[in-house]
Design a protein around this ligand. Structure first.
Ligand SMILES: Nc1nc2c(ncn2[C@@H]2O[C@H](COP(=O)(O)OP(=O)(O)OP(=O)(O)O)[C@@H](O)[C@H]2O)c(=O)[nH]1
Ligand SMILES: [Mg+2]
Length: 228
């Protein structure tokens, strides 16, 4: 098995009016990876986000805003590098964990998922935290295996599996990106991570978004069980 370095890593994200956060997110990635990771932003902004991203050396793919999953699906399928890490562009996720995520891929895991819930996620709005605990319990029940955080935005994936599975969800894409590989026997690791308060405004409505995520979890788990 090959040992990947930061030269084999792409960090990808959807970006939608994140000019308050993007500078610090991209600077963190560059600092932690010595400027060696490729950065891809699939952008639907009408503020200065794409301009800042380009200036900082990111590859910007322009796309009309159509929701989280439409952007992130394009983002994960864009890089040619063998390891793809997703994050949000809101400064919530700890880029200091990139070396740890890469190390676990090198140990043979196919998906490494940042688990915000186990360490407490005190900075997460209470409603979101309850919702996320509920989603993880629902998914664990339907899968017959325990997961702690199904909606985290920070994960590492082997590129090949991203191209081998067909992705169907939008708001629920984050859950889908964990549950389909898990239910097909790929090797999954959850890593407890700290979670920071968001910089800038949320793009997700907690009620309609939460309902869409619950629906995606049920749909994806039933579809995957039907393959067994
Ligand atoms: N290109 C694009 N990016 C999007 C769209 N919707 C959300 N995003 C990006 O996807 C990421 C996740 O969105 P967030 O608003 O952080 O959603 P969340 O993490 O569920 O909610 P918060 O708790 O507020 O962070 C952010 O980087 C957004 O800018 C969209 O329609 N198009
Ligand atoms: Mg976010």
């Amino acid at each position: 098995m090959s040992t990947y370095t930061f030269d084999d890593l792409a960090v990808v994200m959807g970006t939608y009016n994140e000019e308050q956060a993007i500078g610090s997110v991209l600077a963190d990635i560059d600092r932690i990876t010595d400027g060696r990771a490729e950065i891809v932003c699939v952008d639907g902004s009408d503020d200065r986000t794409p301009e800042i991203a380009r200036k900082m050396g990111a590859r910007v793919v322009e796309q009309e805003p159509q929701g989280y999953g439409v952007a992130v699906k394009e983002a994960v399928l864009t890089p040619d590098r063998p390891v793809v890490v997703t994050t949000d562009c809101d400064d919530t996720y700890p880029m200091e964990f990139l070396p740890k995520f890469l190390e676990l891929i090198n140990e043979g895991y196919d998906v490494v998922s940042g688990d915000r819930i186990s360490p407490g996620a005190e900075t997460m709005p209470t409603l979101n935290r309850w919702g996320n605990v509920g989603f993880a319990r629902l998914a664990s029940f339907l899968m017959g295996a325990t997961v702690h955080d199904t909606t985290t935005g920070m994960r590492a994936y082997r590129r090949d599996l991203l191209h081998d599975i067909e992705w169907t969800e939008n708001t629920g894409l984050s859950a889908e990106l964990l549950l389909r590989p898990a239910m097909r026997g790929y090797k999954i690791a959850e890593v407890p991570i700290p979670y920071r308060e968001r910089a800038g405004e949320t793009k997700l409505d907690p009620f309609s978004g939460g309902a869409a995520i619950a629906k995606s979890i049920v749909k994806v788990c039933l579809e995957e069980r039907a393959r067994w």
